[in-house]
Design a protein around this ligand. Structure first.
Ligand SMILES: [Zn+2]
Length: 63
């Protein structure tokens, strides 16, 4: 995700500079998106495996 060269429609400055509220909102949103996009698939699989293990453990304990 490259938002460095994205120009704001409100102030015509690069969004990455955050000169106006529109810039800052866009920058924040795109940083969040890039955070989720940057999540390692291995990390996601590991989290999923942990979730399944936790559910299995709970089911085992209650049964
Ligand atoms: Zn702006």
């Amino acid at each position: 995700m490259t938002y460095d060269r994205l120009v704001c429609a409100n102030c015509a400055a690069p969004v990455s500079e955050g000169r106006c509220p529109v810039c800052r909102a866009n920058r924040e949103r795109m940083q969040q998106e890039s955070f989720f996009a940057g999540l390692n698939p291995v990390t996601l699989v590991a989290l999923l495996a942990m979730l399944v293990a936790a559910v299995a453990l709970l089911a085992h304990q209650t049964a």
